[in-house]
Design a binder for this molecule. Sequence first.
Ligand code: SAH
Length: 479
Amino acid sequence: MRPRQPDPAPLARLSALATLPVFFRLTDKCVVLVGGTEGAAWKAELLAATGAQVHVFAASLSDKMRETLRDLPTLMWIARAWEPADLHGAALAIGDVESDHEATRFCAAARVAGVPVNVIDRPAFCDFQFGSIVERSPVVIGISTDGAAPVFGQEIRARIESILPQGLRSWAQAAKGWRASVQSRNLPFRGRRAFWERFTALAFAKADQSPQNSDLVDLLRVSDEQSSDAPKGSVVLVGAGPGDPDLLTVKAVRALQSADVVLYDDLVSPQTVNAARREATRIAVGKRGYKPSCTQDDITALLVSLARDGKRVVRLKGGDPMVFGRAGEEIEGVTAAGFPVEVIPGVTAASGAAASLGLSLTERKVARRLQFITAHAHDGRLPDDLSYAALTDPRATTVVYMGVKTLPLLVARLLAEGLDPATPAVVVERATWPDERRIAGMIAQLPERIAQARPTGPCLVLIGAALAGPPLPSPGEPT
Ligand code: SAH
């Protein structure tokens, strides 16, 4: 079989966007607000906060609007109905108008004047919508569910509020002020990025304190010390977990977000690869069971040559990199070439399968030993040096990786060596993926069941009394 060549994937394209979030700077711009209602008053307050010159056209005012106009002197009340000419030159037009006729007239006038328009609570008449806001100005986060459900949006907002410390405001402010000092250092791109990464880590670590000038001095000193070093590539082996992208660790996401290049296996789900920085180059280097594969030597050589180009390389490996992942060869190759290697662990397929089955692999009453084996030697056959004493231990839970093809042989051998043919076993295909499938039975029946089910995805075989319990429903199954 001809080995596969590493396969650079095109840049991931964005999926459809319901709306485009944009951030308008309105300082000193004229905004037309039509209506004296309470709804209009809330918008008046929001718009005034942006520094816009808000012209409120209303023949009469609600109490709320009266109060808002009194408290916010930058709002200007024009005590009459609006006219189309009022919209000329405005940055935005917002109206709280009652009838469809009035809304249509308002929209039409705004279109003629070339002004984006919003009729409050009337999406059909809106060019743009107001999202919910999380405000740590200058950091401003807008949330839109495109009208899906306000409660949903509110919950999202509450969650973001709870994870963003208030103090980030002053750090973001400091970042604006410090930009010039960083720029004047003339650091290369990598050096600037490193500065802002250290800045960000500090901001989150000291979010409850105000940034001090001494913080800037310290950060710049580290930059100066490091800028004398040539840019150096690095390699991070990252565990991608068994499939569900939510099983990536926080550290893995961080590594993916700062990667220049991502080399990933076929076992890694596309959604998981998509956690990488958009600009990162993605290269498929699948090693696929019995199908054409990139050779391990090619992959290691590619890691080294990318590191030599000064790239931050993420090697994204299914499950945990240190479990049947040939991590040792990659670590050795990269280290021998003089580049730093880091390993970020992942959820191994056995943990993913156990979680989704809802069965403890070390069930106290029946299991004393948990063992992970591979049933696939370098030549694709059943390894001839497996320990059958360990595998036939009635108090063991055995998880077999890469075990489907050689399953009939393995089972025949296990039974011949004395394993109880009634031992519970289950094959989990594509554990934690939405289309996960299980094939369960007594170990003696399993080869035949597998022959019928013909799994095509990655499979684990789990064997032992711990697998006797009733499993939880699969991810895709209705509960
Ligand atoms: N490093 C990986 C294992 C790589 S070996 C880990 O820690 O999980 C490849 C084998 O892992 C596959 O042949 C299969 O036996 C198993 N495997 C990986 N992902 C799986 C999944 N989602 N479901 C079932 N088995 C999986």
